[in-house]
Design a protein around this ligand. Structure first.
Ligand code: FAD
Length: 277
């Protein structure tokens, strides 16, 4: 993967629609975002539906509207090893050469038949496929279940050393936390690219719920900005753009030039962000 400082690498994340009725003008969304020459698009799995079929449909839909690579998120928690490997083989057949390897949140039903964590999944995929890109999740403010910051960092290093090519971060708003995370990884000898996950916030109340769940901090200055506009959705949409532009610029200043946009299956806000960079 190349990192060109004057032009950041960008990628866009989609999630599978719950029903066909929601698809609407999604093909246009992909085509609009495609004009920004993303390095890849990605399609999540498991967060809203454990079956692979909705992810498959979404991957196909994206592939039909771009020639850019489409990465598949694969979660171990809801697929036993055989089902997971069969699915990856099928994805490979349909041209997918990039997997975002994850454990997922829904771990209550995991048994010995499942890969127990993302590191095990990365090792299993790398053993079988030498020609795919593998990304893993990284948590600048540490994963919510981690015993300590150091344990989380050591574990992230293990995931990368198991054969992953890069990490995509959880969304964040505190660039100081990202700076520390980057330095901590460098101290551990990790030199694989950090892809910064950017969440444009068009619904502050909803984001606060997500941030609480994921244990992501929300700086006071950001809170004040959003609180000042209240429930005004147009003003929040404008803040989503300006706040994200600032975040990308502050992140670039740290020497990180890869950005993965959690674009919520919509083009408008992300388009405005990228045009404003
Ligand atoms: P893991 O890397 O396996 O880690 C889980 C926890 O276990 C961590 O606290 C880790 O420190 C600890 N741990 C595991 N093994 C060890 C060990 N050997 N020693 C010490 N500690 C250990 N969720 C979805 O459902 N679908 C998606 O498509 C999806 N996409 C995502 C994309 C990105 C970029 C990110 C950041 C998250 C995504 N998630 C998704 C959320 C993710 O599934 C959850 O955060 C989940 O709780 C952890 O998944 P993981 O792959 O990071 O887990």
């Amino acid at each position: 993967m190349t990192t060109n400082q004057s032009k950041p690498n960008i990628s866009f994340e989609f999630f599978p629609f719950k029903s066909d009725k929601e698809i609407g003008t999604f093909a246009d969304t992909v085509q609009i975002l495609n004009t920004f020459e993303p390095r890849f698009f990605s399609v999540t799995h498991g967060a809203f539906a454990s079956s692979t079929s909705r992810s498959d449909e979404m991957i196909t839909l994206v592939q039909q509207n771009t020639t850019k690579p489409v990465a598949a998120h694969v979660t171990t928690c809801n697929l036993d090893k055989t089902t997971l490997l069969n699915w990856v083989a099928q994805l490979y057949q349909q041209g997918v050469r990039h997997i975002v390897a994850l454990r997922g949140d829904n771990k209550a039903k995991m048994t010995a038949e499942h890969y127990q964590n993302a590191a095990e999944l990365v090792a299993a995929l790398r053993e079988r496929y030498s020609d795919i890109e593998i990304s893993v999740a990284g948590y600048p403010e540490m994963h919510k279940e981690a015993k300590s910051k150091q344990a989380d960092l050591d574990y992230l290093k293990l995931k990368l050393d198991s054969g992953a090519d890069n990490l995509i971060t959880q969304f964040y708003f505190d660039t100081n936390a990202l700076y520390e995370f980057k330095n901590d990884l460098a101290r551990l000898g990790v030199d694989k690219p950090i892809i910064a996950g950017i969440l444009p916030v068009g619904n502050f109340t909803k984001m606060l719920e997500m941030a609480e769940y994921c244990k992501v901090s929300v700086p006071d200055a950001m809170r004040k900005r959003y609180e000042a506009v209240g429930e005004d959705s147009k003003a929040q949409a404008e803040l989503a753009v300006t706040t994200s532009i600032e975040l990308v610029n502050n992140t670039s200043a740290l020497g990180i030039h890869d950005f993965h946009f959690y674009c919520m299956n919509k083009a408008k806000t992300v388009k405005a962000i990228i045009e404003g960079l």
